[in-house]
Design a protein around this ligand. Structure first.
Ligand code: ATP
Length: 512
């Protein structure tokens, strides 16, 4: 199965098992908007909980808030979103398709670099153990050519972006001979800027109704509450404020399923620090966030840092944590050292002081901010694409397994009466009542037991408990592990303690 097939299978699996549906599907859907079904909502909730606990519960100096989606319109003037939250757009005149110019160029660069990687891979195979990759990258003619070509385009692009030269961005697309993936032609329009914020009217009478925006990020709700939280929570710098919530962007290129949506959920944390210490905290959060991702157990090579090409004028440092999605390495999370830019902007536009009195220094200042920002839906897609696998079994049959970390599974335990009679369903119900206080449990009596196991494998349920005739005699059940498919007979009275260690979010938090 190639990556494209895998991605298609993940999308259809997500629908078939109630993870993700297209929004308003009966009306043929709404572009780049999705609904989470009964399984998806649980998985999403568990991912959110893993993030929230790792931030708020695991850090004594981080607290969480839940600010409103609607904010005073000046917020977005202060944050720069009204004037500068734009994407450079380009249209192909033949296919009439619209693209983000920066994405076209970045994809082109990635393709060139992939060619260099392929050469290196081939050489590594050829030379075996003696292969010196660093030396090869420096000396092999073709690899050097690809790498310097990519760097050249990258530099040209960076300069064009920094100087807001849209015509030069277009020239790069022309010079690189980038074609529209649909029409295959190079018939491009000019590059234009397009604001990504959704607006609406607040107020009942149209004349006095003001334009407000649906927030394009959750961060501003944290900045404007900085002093409220600091004062009421008696927070001492360094401290963080975390929140999760919906954000809205009128994305131009909204493709790749839930990777880029117009309504999505963010999980952001702003960490307020003493000016001068931001570099150290930036490094701390880079390491901490990478460790958090790796706690999911999908493998170190699935993630990499990508330092930003273009730093905003106020930014000290910025990088993405990229994840290898079925369509390649793409941004999953951003980590940004933002100086005092945001708080200062809000000071200017509100006329209110947003300063912290530092008792150790005996002075007041506007703190610097290091932020971590991750899309919950993108994380969901990353997890689904890693967890989904099709397995051939020893007996020649096959199964689809969602190999989620146990703590994230939508249903933790399925309780299955072997047959739907002779008191077995009643005994299963008894077990549901025993375990439902701790876990999401499900019971199902229909179909052959093997078929029911498969259904539970496909939604990632870690354990199936089978209630059989022996259960009635000895008060024991079989406990089947999703991954090994091994079954062991255990006493009902021991069930709680056996399950306790394996299913809680703590198993993930301990690895962070
Ligand atoms: P991109 O370059 O992919 O548009 P971005 O750099 O604009 O992303 P940020 O503003 O840094 O993204 O937002 C932080 C995080 O929010 C991203 O790392 C991503 O996980 C998530 N995110 C941003 N836009 C979307 C979207 N349209 N759909 C889903 N998730 C998104």
């Amino acid at each position: 199965m190639n990556q494209e097939e895998l991605f298609k299978n993940i999308i259809s699996h997500s629908k078939e098992y109630g993870f993700i549906f297209q929004s308003s599907e009966i009306y043929d859907g709404l572009s780049a908007v999705y609904d989470y079904g009964q399984m998806g909502a649980e998985l999403k909730k568990n991912l959110r909980e893993f993030w929230w606990k790792s931030m708020v519960q695991m850090h004594q100096n981080i607290v969480g808030i839940d600010s409103a989606i609607f904010m005073h319109p000046t917020t977005w003037k202060a944050s720069g979103h009204v004037d500068a939250f734009n994407d450079p757009l380009i249209d192909n005149k033949d296919s009439k398709k619209r693209y983000r110019a920066d994405v076209l160029i970045e994809d082109h660069i990635a393709k060139i670099l992939a060619k260099a990687d392929k050469e290196v891979e081939k050489a590594a195979k050829k030379f075996g153990e003696t292969f010196d990759e660093a030396l090869y990258r420096q000396t092999n003619g073709r690899v050097v050519e690809y790498t310097s070509k990519a760097a050249e385009i990258e530099n040209r692009f960076k300069t064009a972006l920094e100087n807001n030269q849209l015509e030069e961005v277009r020239n790069i697309i022309i010079d690189c001979e980038i074609v529209c993936p649909i029409s295959g032609t190079k018939n491009w329009t000019e590059v234009r800027q397009f604001n990504l914020m959704f607006s609406t009217q607040m107020g009942s009478v149209s004349e006095d109704a003001g334009t407000i925006y649906l927030r394009p990020e959750t961060a501003q709700g944290i900045f404007v509450n900085f002093l409220n939280v600091q004062k009421t929570g008696r927070m001492k710098i360094p401290f963080g404020i975390a929140q999760t919530g919906k954000a809205f962007r009128n994305e131009i290129v909204a493709r790749q399923f839930i990777f880029r949506m117009r309504e999505f959920e963010q999980m952001e944390m702003q960490f307020f620090v003493r000016p001068g210490t931001e570099a150290q905290w930036y490094t701390y959060w880079k390491t901490t966030r990478m460790k958090w991702h790796q706690a999911l157990g999908f493998g170190e090579n699935k993630y990499k840092f990508h330092d930003h090409l273009k730093l905003a004028h106020y930014a000290k440092d910025a990088c993405d944590i990229e994840f290898e999605f079925p369509f390649g390495f793409k941004e999953l999370e951003g980590i940004h050292s933002r100086s005092d830019f945001d708080l200062k902007q809000h000071e200017i536009h509100s006329g209110k002081k947003l300063q912290y009195f530092d008792p150790e220094l005996n002075e007041s200042y506007v703190p610097y901010v290091v932020e971590t920002s991750i899309g919950l839906d993108r994380l969901f897609l990353a997890v689904m694409s890693q967890a989904y696998r099709e397995e051939k079994l020893e007996d020649g049959s096959s199964r689809v397994v969602l190999g989620l970390p146990f703590a994230l599974a939508p249903i933790k335990v399925a309780i299955l009466p072997l047959v739907n009679k002779d008191g077995l369903p009643e005994k299963a119900e008894e077990l549901v009542n025993l375990l439902k206080f701790d876990y999401n449990v499900s019971t199902e009596a229909k179909d052959a037991i093997g078929k029911r196991y498969r259904r539970m494998d496909a939604i990632g349920t870690p354990y199936c408990i089978t209630v059989d005739y022996e259960t009635l005699e000895t008060n024991t059940v079989t406990l089947r592990n999703r991954d090994t498919m091994a079954q062991e007979r255990v006493k009902v009275e021991n069930l709680k303690s056996i399950l306790a260690g394996e299913l809680s979010i703590a198993t993930l938090l301990e690895k962070c």
